[in-house]
Write a protein that binds this ligand. Structure first.
Ligand SMILES: N[C@@H](CCOP(=O)(O)O)C(=O)O
Length: 496
């Protein structure tokens, strides 16, 4: 299996090279040349498998230049009970006969990003050995809150790899910031930027494509890569949990093999929901993928009109990980729908130059067959957290609440087929204590984030994750702040 750039079909490389590179030199994203197909037998074998075995079955379809032993070893190191506090790795929680929550935050940093970022470092280290690359890798990450910490935790002290994370100074929750600025590890740097996530992501994309800068770093012994979902190695592990949740529904006798299921995904950079699209293309019986946004509803408008327009007000919300106006992985989706690298290049150039592009109506109709897009404002997000708590005794974080409400909205339309709905829960509520407590009507006065953790415990059945309670005594190790124009300067300083 080879991978090619969305902007140049002739730019083809192996899976190992794809994972090391992260992004193509032409600015495009790497996609599998063919999406492997699964059949009834594949799914039926998967039913009795552990999460790790399910991961192996999916990964081996895509990582054809890795040996089975290499893939198994990567999976074994990633999904252990030392790292995940639930043995099923991604537990499926029933809230009603038709409504399920897929909790993806039982890893070390309490966000769904761990599902991929515990595995990516293993896949990358193996790729470096396989390709005998001489230079070290410098991973550059832009985060709106969750990816940063998960990437730092995954890559800390990994040999031949350095990692530099940029986060928006004013755009993450208190706990998310604490998680990042207390990060230990000889190979990590964390820098706040005076800007938002889009500034960080766009700044890094420019740096990835800056030939002169890349040459300078190569001479110093570094190749750049990414741990954001622009890296294929981030998306691939996420396909697994769609299959796994489906198998769990069959095993619980909620559905029979072959029955269709809907998934709702809180969406920012479009990676998580795109993994669902790959699962669907591979043959998993998914009916609709519901793309849930917060007030930064650029994707909702895109799926309604076919015009992607980032020229709009950027809102800082209580679901900061979704505060994004340039959703990178949409490029991959458009490539798969059009199979036309020229068109993708044209649209992405328009997006860079003017901030908008419009796709042909025939493509839009194809997308509307699969995707339902909706958005939820701040007030409704808070109200939903309260409803989930009071009705189901379930404490959700704001991102999950956005998705839950978008799912309910869809379930009230004439299109809804009365089939099970799985809502992806992407972060622990303990990462967003002040918003969750406000939603529950609890007065926190001037309680700090750690007192808030303890208060929230009284209203939440699950324990405070060890990785969050330990932050209280953790020393602050990273204090750098930079202007958004100075990211390259900071990178140079970190890679001296
Ligand atoms: N939601 C993200 C933003 C980056 O998305 P990614 O999936 O491409 O890493 C975050 O929390 O940082």
């Amino acid at each position: 299996m080879k991978y090619n750039s969305t902007r140049d079909k002739n730019n083809r490389i192996s899976a190992a090279q794809t994972i090391i590179k992260g992004i193509a030199e032409d600015g495009g994203l790497f996609v599998p040349e063919k999406i492997p197909q699964t059949d009834d037998a594949f799914l039926s074998e998967m039913l009795t498998c552990s999460y790790q075995e399910r991961a192996f079955k999916i990964l081996s379809l895509y990582l054809t230049d890795y040996t089975d032993e290499e893939i198994k070893e990567c999976i074994k190191k990633a999904y252990t009970d030392q790292k995940f506090d639930d043995e099923s790795i991604a537990p499926l929680i029933k809230l009603s006969d038709e409504q399920y929550i897929l909790e993806l935050w039982h890893g070390p940093t309490s966000a769904f990003k761990d599902m991929a970022l515990q595995l990516l470092p293993q896949l990358m280290s193996t790729a470096l050995q396989k390709t005998k690359q001489k230079n070290d890798v410098a991973i550059l990450v832009a985060t709106s809150g969750d990816t940063g910490k998960a990437a730092l935790e995954g890559f800390r002290n990994v040999e031949k790899i350095k990692i530099i994370v940029f986060y928006p100074q004013q755009g993450v929750s208190d706990i998310q910031r604490r998680q990042m600025i207390t990060q230990k590890g000889a190979n990590v740097d964390v820098i706040a930027i005076e800007g938002n996530f889009d500034d960080a992501q766009s700044g890094l994309k420019k740096i990835f494509n800056d030939k002169v800068f890349n040459k300078e770093l190569a001479e110093k012994g570094y190749e750049l890569s990414s741990a954001n979902s622009i890296n294929w190695g981030r998306l691939l592990p996420q396909i697994v949990y769609y299959f796994s949740a489906y198998c769990d529904l069959v095993n619980k006798k909620v559905i029979r093999p072959g029955d269709k299921v809907d998934f709702t995904v809180p969406t920012g950079n479009f990676g998580d929901i795109l993994a669902g699209y790959y699962a669907r293309k591979m043959g998993l019986p998914i009916n609709k993928l519901i793309c849930a946004s917060n007030t930064n509803n650029v994707l909702t408008d895109f799926f309604a009109t076919g015009t992607y327009d980032k020229n709009r007000k950027f809102f800082k919300t209580i679901s900061p990980s979704m505060d994004i106006l340039i959703s990178s992985n949409l490029e991959r989706l458009l490539y798969h729908v059009t199979e036309d690298d020229r068109k993708i290049d044209e649209w992405m150039n328009k997006l860079s130059a003017n901030g908008h592009y419009t796709i042909d109506s025939s493509y839009l109709s194809q997308l509307q067959e699969i995707f339902i897009a909706d958005w939820v404002d701040e007030k409704e997000t808070l109200a939903t957290i309260r409803i989930l708590h009071d009705t189901y005794g379930y404490t959700a974080d704001p991102h999950t609440a956005v998705a839950w409400q978008a799912a309910q909205n869809y379930r009230e339309t004439a299109d809804y087929k009365k089939i099970p709905m799985v809502v992806l829960s992407t972060a622990s509520p303990y990462k967003f204590n002040d918003s969750v407590l406000a939603a529950l009507g609890i007065d926190i006065g001037d309680a700090d984030e750690f007192t808030q953790l303890d208060i929230l415990k009284k209203y939440n059945k699950s324990a405070i994750p060890a990785g969050l309670s330990s932050l209280k005594t953790a020393s602050i190790l990273h204090k750098k702040i930079c202007a958004k124009e100075n990211m390259a300067v900071e990178i140079r300083n970190c890679l001296k």
